[in-house]
Design a protein around this ligand. Sequence first.
Ligand code: ATP
Ligand code: BTN
Length: 241
Amino acid sequence: LVQHITDSTNCQLLQRLQGRHELEPGSVIVAEAQSAGRGRRGRTWYSPFGTNLYFSCYWRLEQGIPAAMGLSLAIGLAVCRLLQQYYQLDAKVKWPNDIYVNGKKLAGVLVELSGTLDAGCDVVIGIGLNVGMPEQSKQHIEQPYTDLRTESSQQVDRNLLVVELQRQVVTVLQEFNVAGFAAFIAEFNQNDLYANQPVYLMAKPSISGICRGVDKQGGIIIETSQSTEVHYGGELSLRAG
Ligand code: ATP
Ligand code: BTN
């Protein structure tokens, strides 16, 4: 489904699920602009018209809610694979949900859950991928960002990009359904922006140490001066130390 301007492609899919519309797993909605694009914890995803990609995909997560964290990390790898394989970019994942190129954010992932607490659950996988950010974006985003047209010397055709992104996402989802996040740990750690770097986790109190990758649930492993700790949860943010 293609929409011109929408509030948020994630919202649109969630509304359809709540309205009990039948959706095929793998169904995708894309828009040209979002008036209420969202990131984690109520933050805004800046979504200007006509130059980027705002993409959401429905999936049924058979492993249930505890697997959602790992799923979100695996989807980040789907975006990384796309950027590496098709645009030869040195794309990296930043735990838990960002994709970086040349030290700047190029894409973000927002996985949202819907429905009951039964064994499986419905998920909406949102991906915002910058293709061509207008000049005025600077006024709206307080951290370094970039886009595909800046980073790649190749022509970018957004129609082909959507098709390729859907293909990469569905491939990852199928792999995830077979073996869960465990199948992605090595790949995540190989593509981790902060691998073996000093970091701090913005928690209360904040935790400083060396980033040692992720565990099988997708928790971040931090080696502090006292011990090695694993931290989970969507409320945390990681920064260079
Ligand atoms: P973390 O995920 O580590 O908590 P974050 O600051 O990136 O860090 P998110 O919720 O993942 O937080 O992303 C939302 C943030 O991304 C916004 O607060 C803004 O700084 C930035 N942002 C918003 N729109 C865009 C965009 N189109 N491209 C790049 N960055 C954006
Ligand atoms: C983040 O970095 O916080 C995640 C940003 C996710 C943005 C995408 S754009 C398509 C989908 N619809 C939304 O409202 N958010 C996601």
